[in-house]
Write a protein that binds this ligand. Structure first.
Ligand code: NDP
Length: 318
């Protein structure tokens, strides 16, 4: 048995227009006895709050709480939080790391890669036109996938794809020694990482270095007829360059789950492009049942005077 946990006399302000505050509060207060959770999504935030757990809170939200010890993001990506003018400079920002989300992302990555491999979007289109055309069968073993971003989520996807038989390589910012996967790193390693890939799957965070990364030059360096799957952030894609690369046949398809503007506007050309598959930012969402455990554990760590896990490096931007 470990040491008994010290009582937590603290207040957490919850704010998210998308998540069910009541569900989160129930799980958090059960996991952290003594924690008071206030849903401040539309109500005023408690000035005495020690913690905030947020997804896109209203402007100036953080200025309502001068005593914050930590800010928890309800999402794995923190680009939106880090760019907020009201974000206090010296309060740790902790991103969401949730095993359910990782499982969902892995399965989505596998589903999209297999769908492209076995021409499922083409068969769906053919059925609409009542056309009987059989495409050659390709196996995962014949297919090279490069995963851009080998973090918590990207690394898990790379492992899942390798286990399904794909030939997997990866790309990260710093060198990595991950066994079983060929890893490239840094801008200087990008061309080699993508050159031979049949599928390039991006799981990169949005930072000043990755914004606009997928541009004309990037597409020109991809294998002719390759597929881009972007599950990271929409702002990483130069939209006109992607459409041009598809129209020219340089890429055969793009699977996009994230967009610079969400929901994707009705008149956006992506909607009707025959080679673009649009999904509405569904690759992975966190579940309170598993995600709240990570938040609770971090609150317990902070209470014990330990540094929180999964804190964002603001300098790096992820
Ligand atoms: P992590 O922070 O764990 O990993 C980020 C990875 O990206 C690391 O491997 C990092 O390299 C790499 N990276 C960052 N910047 C660069 C760069 N300039 N060049 C090369 N590699 C770089 O993040 P997660 O895996 O948890 O999440 C990644 C992103 O996925 C989130 O930020 C979010 O935008 C997106 N996301 C999308 C979801 C969806 O539903 N579509 C759901 C959840 C997240 P290194 O290892 O060297 O640090």
């Amino acid at each position: 048995m470990g040491d008994p946990l010290p009582p937590v006399q603290a207040t957490l302000a919850f704010a998210s227009p998308l998540d069910d505050g009541g569900r989160w509060a129930g799980i958090l207060t059960a996991a952290v006895p003594g924690l008071r959770v206030v849903d401040a999504t539309t109500a005023p935030a408690p000035a005495e709050a020690d913690y905030a757990l947020v997804f896109r809170p209203r402007p100036d939200f953080f200025r309502e709480m001068p005593r914050l010890k930590a800010i928890f993001a309800l999402s794995a990506g923190v680009d939106g939080l880090l760019s907020r003018p009201d974000l206090p400079a010296d309060v740790p920002v902790i991103r969401m790391v949730d095993p359910s989300q990782a499982a969902a992302m892995n399965q989505f990555a596998l589903a999209t890669c297999l769908a492209e491999l076995r021409n499922l979007p083409a068969y769906a289109a053919q059925q609409r036109d009542q056309r009987w055309i059989r495409h050659p069968v390709r196996l995962a073993a014949d297919t090279a996938v490069t995963v851009l971003g080998l973090g918590v989520l990207g690394r898990g996807m790379a492992d899942g794809l390798a286990a399904a038989g794909f030939r997997v390589s990866g790309w990260s910012r710093a060198p990595r020694e991950d066994a079983g996967i060929r890893c490239h790193h840094g801008l200087e390693g990008l061309a080699a990482a993508v050159a031979g890939a049949d599928i390039v799957l991006s799981m990169l965070p949005l930072t000043s270095e990755t914004r606009g990364l997928f541009d004309r030059r990037f597409f020109a360096g991809m294998k002719r007829g390759a597929v881009l799957i972007n599950l990271g952030r929409g702002e990483q894609v130069v939209e006109d360059d992607l459409v041009a690369a598809l129209d020219q046949g340089r890429l055969s398809a793009a699977w996009l789950d994230v967009f610079a503007i969400e929901p994707l506007p009705h008149d956006h050309p992506y909607w009707r492009h025959p080679a673009i598959r649009v999904t509405p930012h569904v690759a992975g969402t966190s579940r309170p049942e598993t995600a709240a455990t990570a938040v609770a554990a971090n609150i317990q760590r902070i209470t014990r005077g330990l540094s929180p896990l999964n804190a964002v490096d603001r300098q790096r931007g992820y």
